[in-house]
Design a protein around this ligand. Structure first.
Ligand code: MEV
Length: 442
């Protein structure tokens, strides 16, 4: 069936949108209306609040919200909130937390907290002339012009740290940048940074127009292309690490601590040099990071983009985590670039985000950076631990089995039967269905 485009979808009421969608795409089937409505919150005010987070909202999309307890982080015992749909992630985090709790736990260090943004512009002018204009006239004006925007942030201890002119003309004709660094304290700072940058763009245009040292042709050539923060924050880094004596790496799979440490280090080394493996390795790290990023109302697309750009910072995509086994000490760590906030955005609006932040003891942005790095490191530890010992499927299969049984609407009793039936067998969809039919037909 060919569908017709719609004008003014956003202007329809919620019910109007649903009616149109169901009639146009779902043959008017009432069941689809019911699915959408089933996930509306009973509390109309709360529902409205959720709808206003985004546009054209017709329902809420649910994700499991789980807890990984027993995380000892810098001496504090925390239970991490994790919003994630993938089975085994929360279990893996909990296992890693438990493993490290009696070995000193996780230690973190904030290495730096600088955020970056750029005004990208094209200007057909001699580079040294522009540099002179920037140094002696423009830079001061940029700070002055943003004083109102930065006033509150400065009161909180942040603001614009520095602004530089970057000459990119060797890579693209007449391309320059104003590159600014910011301290956004406890906020992620996207709105603040972008507002400052847009003002930079305006001030640059005005100051060039008013400056007598530029010729008419030069002035005419200035094009502000865009003003935008960078999600790549290589100067906003937190380190999380664990370490222990090698003999303490006891694993119940029967492998010796030395063999475990050796295999584990090889697994990390492989991810350092092999991008195919590094991608999966880092995906596993981000399983841990993103689940807490989402639970705390932060932007997981930004954290993903930043982590992967950082993993490729020397031109080859590599592991975000590192491991050494020198002098009998096993050491495993991550340097994670991550820009997050604990004020602004959804932090005070989304009830579960509020809950998450309260559960974490209302952390500062820096403390949240530490928690996120720990969550990523723990997740990677758990994945590698499984991979170099029993293999990953053992843990995954129980959840896979439960997912199939839930689809079959199995009873609790049947689920128990299946978990014990498949204890020493490989779970396959086909096998589960066969056994299920056999059991029900008995
Ligand atoms: C699955 O979501 C993540 C893993 O593949 C990570 C890894 O292989 O390191 C288990």
């Amino acid at each position: 069936m060919n569908h017709q485009p719609i004008e003014g979808f956003s202007k329809l009421t919620k019910q109007g949108k649903i009616d149109w969608l169901v009639n146009e795409y779902l043959e008017g089937d009432q069941e689809y209306q019911n699915i959408l409505k089933q996930y509306w919150n009973d509390n109309a005010e709360l529902q409205k609040l959720h709808e206003e987070f985004s546009e054209n909202t017709i329902s809420n999309f649910y994700m499991p919200y789980g807890i990984a307890p027993n995380f000892l982080i810098d001496g504090k015992l925390l239970a991490l909130p994790m919003a994630v749909e993938e089975s085994s992630v929360v279990a893996a985090a909990s296992k890693a937390a438990k493993f490290w709790i009696d070995k000193g736990g996780f230690k973190t260090t904030i290495i730096n907290t600088k955020k970056l943004g750029h005004t990208h512009f094209i200007f057909n002018v001699e580079s040294h002339k522009l540099q002179h204009f920037f140094n002696f006239k423009l830079k001061k004006k940029l700070f002055e012009a943003t004083e109102d925007i930065t006033a509150n942030m400065r009161k909180r201890g942040g603001g614009i740290l520095n602004i530089r002119l970057i000459d990119k003309t060797a890579e693209m004709p007449h391309y320059y940048q104003l590159k600014a660094s910011f301290d956004t304290v406890d906020s992620m700072g996207a709105n603040f940074i972008n507002s400052c940058l847009e003002q930079f763009g305006r001030t640059l245009r005005e100051e060039v127009a008013a400056d007598e040292d530029f010729t008419h042709e030069e002035k005419e050539s200035l094009q502000i292309v865009m003003n935008i923060l960078s999600n790549f924050t290589p100067d906003c880094i937190v380190r999380a690490e664990v370490s222990c004596n090698m003999e303490d790496l006891k694993d119940d799979s029967g492998i010796s601590p030395e063999e475990f440490a050796w295999k584990f280090r090889q697994a990390v080394n492989i991810a350092e040099i092999e991008p195919f493996r590094a991608t999966t390795h880092n995906k596993g790290v981000m399983n841990g990071v993103d689940a807490v990023v989402i639970a705390t109302g932060n932007d997981f697309r930004a954290t993903e983009a930043c982590a992967h750009a950082y993993a490729a910072k020397d031109g080859q995509y590599r592991s975000l985590t590192h491991c050494t086994t020198d002098n009998g000490i096993f050491r495993f760590w991550i340097d994670l670039p991550i820009s997050v906030g604990v004020v602004g955005g959804l932090t005070n609006l989304h009830p579960l985000v509020k809950f998450s932040l309260a559960l974490l003891g209302k952390p500062s942005a820096q403390e949240l950076m530490s928690i996120l790095a720990v969550s990523g490191l723990a997740q990677n530890f758990a994945a590698l631990r499984s991979l170099v010992t029993t293999g990953i499927q053992k843990g995954h299969m129980k959840m896979h089995l439960l997912n199939i049984l839930n689809q079959m609407r199995a009873t609790e009793e049947e689920k128990q039967y299946f978990v014990s039936y498949f204890k020493d067998k490989t779970v396959s969809h086909h096998e589960v269905i066969n056994e299920f039919n056999r059991l029900r037909n008995k």
